[in-house]
Ligand binder design. Structure first.
Ligand SMILES: *Cc1c(COP(=O)(O)O)cnc(C)c1O
Length: 338
């Protein structure tokens, strides 16, 4: 397997990082058959406009509509039987909360998702519909996170965090293994970037198997916490702003242990896109590719269409999720202001 040789010659890039490539390989074995092995499809229109083959990795096809199922499933399966019986807890309101709920239900494990009273009813319902207990606490994400800490201490539940966790990162990294399998001459990957679990995991796998490939993180201009942190050289907070890429909001955690060092070591750069770019990305996905994507899932297309970067070879874009409010999607397709 030539991949093995590449991995060996690439030890220096990956040496000293807080998560090992072997962890991604272990994740692939664990979650196989329990999450979707998603298709990588060619985009004739983007290929034409860029001048190199452009492929789309359809994580929109995961059972919960987003890649987060990979990390949540892997983290859950890595727990021992006793921990599983006590159950899972998380404070995420979005795709990660759904992923934890789905993974728990599949394994017959109890799960509690803590949310503030300000979380919209449709997000509460989406998690409840997957069989998890929803606990409404306080009026902020911090209040919800405090309840998670209490349940961990007092009831021995296991907190599955959305990105800064070795098994979550390794689970997301299985996307990278599939990319190399499907597109062995991969030159560039554009990865939606928020907390950095997706980018860190994919980068671990791609850099291990194909060191010459480059990874670029794409975030929205409005409140890009990882971009600001990489620039500052340490995790920093940013003001959260409303954005079409709502799944990319939030900080990276000032006590970040894994994703910050991994992104710093493995990402070639971070590109920022505007709200108009994101809207154009969502429209292109729908009209030219026939894919319904949420704002976060459209940032790679947005960056390419806006000419924010210049691919030099076969390129893969991660369409990370498709959970967008249908009315909002319609408004964007109609070209109405966000
Ligand atoms: C969570 C999420 C991201 C960002 O993933 P991170 O690991 O936090 O960087 C991107 N797209 C979608 C759809 C998501 O749900």
């Amino acid at each position: 397997m030539p991949d093995r040789a590449a991995a060996a010659s690439n030890r220096s890039v990956l040496a000293g990082l807080p998560v090992a490539f072997a962890r991604v390989e272990a994740a692939a074995g664990r979650i196989a058959g329990r999450v979707a092995r998603t298709p990588l499809v060619a985009s004739p229109t983007l290929t034409e406009s860029v001048g190199h083959p452009v492929h789309l990795k359809l994580e929109t096809r995961q059972p919960v509509g987003a890649f987060k199922l990979r990390g949540a499933m892997n983290a859950m399966l890595a727990l021992d039987e006793a921990a599983r019986r006590r159950g899972l807890v998380t404070a995420s309101t979005g795709n990660h909360g759904r992923a934890v709920a789905y993974a728990a239900r599949e394994a017959g494990v109890p799960a509690i998702v803590c949310m503030s009273a300000l979380v919209p009813a449709n997000k509460v319902e989406a998690v409840r519909a997957l069989g998890a207990e929803v606990r409404i606490v306080g009026r902020s994400q911090d209040d919800a996170q405090r309840e998670v800490a209490r349940l961990v201490t007092e009831r021995g539940l296991t907190d599955i965090p959305p990105f800064d966790h070795a098994d979550v990162i390794a689970g997301q990294g299985t996307i990278g293994l599939e990319l190399i399998e499907d597109l062995p001459d991969l030159a560039l990957v554009l990865v939606p970037l928020s907390g950095g679990g997706l980018a860190a995991g994919i980068a671990l796998a791609v850099k291990a198997l194909r060191p010459q490939a480059r990874l670029i993180g794409v975030s929205m201009e409005r409140g890009a916490a990882m971009a600001a942190s990489l620039k500052a050289g340490r995790p920093v907070d940013v003001t959260e702003e409303a954005t079409l890429a709502d799944s990319l909001g939030g900080g990276i955690g000032l006590a970040n242990r894994y994703t910050f060092p991994l992104c710093r070591a493995l990402l070639a750069e971070v590109v920022l896109v505007t709200e108009e770019d994101i809207a154009a990305g969502i429209r292109h996905a729908a009209t030219a590719e026939g894919e319904t994507v949420e704002g976060a899932g459209a940032v790679g297309i947005a960056a390419l269409l806006a000419g924010k970067l210049r691919p030099t070879g076969p390129t893969a874009l991660i369409l990370s999720g498709g959970n967008i409010d249908p009315a909002a999607h319609r408004r964007i397709l109609n070209g109405e202001p966000a």
